[in-house]
Ligand binder design. Sequence first.
Ligand code: DAH
Length: 342
Amino acid sequence: MMDPEVLTERAAQLIAQTATLGELHAVQVELLGKNSALAVARHSVGRLDEAERPEAGRRLLEVREEIERLLAQRRAVLEEDQRRCRLSGDRLDLTEVALASQRGRLHLVQRTRDELEDVFVGMGFVVAEGPEVETDWYNFEALNMPVAHPARGMWDTLYLDLGEEETVLLRTHTSPVQIRLMQDQVPPIYAVMPGRCYRRDTPDARHIPVFHQLEGLVVDHGISFADLAGTIETFTTAYFGSDTHSRLRPSYFPFTEPSAEFEVTCSICKGKGCRTCSHTGWVELGGCGMVDPEVFVAVGVDPEEWTGFAFGFGIDRLAQMRHVIPDMRILLDNDVRFLRQL
Ligand code: DAH
């Protein structure tokens, strides 16, 4: 009969050499299966003298237990290796994500719109949207501009060949969304309404025929012009930083009374005067004012109970000033050399 110690030693060697769970299984069959040296040794116990049998049997049992212990130990090691291997195969290569983010990015106008929405949401406003194709009633009439009102001339309008002549148009500003909001919702209202607008304008350094505005509307009890001025000041400082100055100037819009225009120091020439600001040192961002009672009447809001202010400005114009872009037309060129800089 083979020496039990030799059996154990050989088994230990075989087990240590295994590299996979499959190999370990094969070794296990070889060491403990019915053709194994151990099995042969167990058979030969029967041929020993009766007095020697119990001792020989006990030693072989010890050998078997030792081999089983070694197998279990090795299995734990190999299983851990296999698990590590699988995990590293499943690993996400984040460098690929970093590369992908270099492939494309949001256009400056979209980014500016997102940033402005964040500023206003931070001030307690909600964001709303309306259609780009509007009727004359929403774009003009409900905003206190009856048919043939001279103020309609402030907006060079693109009409669509739909319905009766000059009744369906591409909205010239985001102000019609104010009307839709007041029809849908009872005050108090604190909302901003960003979106695309269209005008029959000749493109130049400060104008493009397709542009973006952000409209604001607040309707509540006891709203005053001071609330309006404070809101404009807060958002221009939040967006431009405290070294850009803004100012309000008396103006006229049919849907607000009183009305004002707000301007910021031209960032191209730092207020000295240049081609972009038509040598005034200031660039107009938008208009604002206290909602005219006629507008409240058109949408069924009681002007005796509620007051409000509204404002609207060009998102593209704002981006132009903050990023010091001398000519706005470049925003539409889609020249990758420009887009990549942003
Ligand atoms: N809708 C105006 C425009 O496009 C801007 C404007 C002025 C909006 C005054 C307002 C406002 O809400 O109160 O020129």
